[in-house]
Design a protein around this ligand. Sequence first.
Ligand code: SF4
Length: 188
Amino acid sequence: MRKILLSVCCAPDSTHSINALREAGFEPVLFLYNPNIHPYNEYLKRIFEMKKTAAAFGAEAVCPDDWGAKEWFGFVEEFKHEKEGGKRCSACFALRMEKSALAAKKLGIGLFTTTLTISPHKDAKLINSLGAEAAAGHGVEYLATDFKKKDGFKKSVALSKAHGIYRQNYCGCSYSLLERRAGKPIKI
Ligand code: SF4
């Protein structure tokens, strides 16, 4: 099967995404780049769950040595007052797609995609467009997906429950955590 680098935004979202890619004839290598997850103890917790999921699904996982939060804050700084779903999230997706394209090139895989499209609250069209743009910039390929289709999100909920995988209650960044604490609706 052809390898594909799968940028993983969280463990529960990776479950169905791994299965869907395998059904489509790809073998995913999980890329655990998540500089948008704050605070650090939450980052460590989610990375632990991603590694646990990789092991449970028999998938290879690659995790950068550096958390990368400093670079992430610099990248989204100008959009920090945007609401979830706005320009801050577009910048966040763009950085993650950029790093995934670079990693796909460096690892010699040459193809990548992301679990982000499984979320019912995230714009798959925008994510796929940013992925394709990052791929073109680095001479690799991007596989457009919409993992939420065919009950993909529901399946990921069932799979993560079955495997005892932690599901977070805010998207990841400190801004989304503040929104959560302020009692605003949470989009994951
Ligand atoms: S809410 Fe989620 S997608 Fe938006 S900037 Fe924060 S971590 Fe990134």
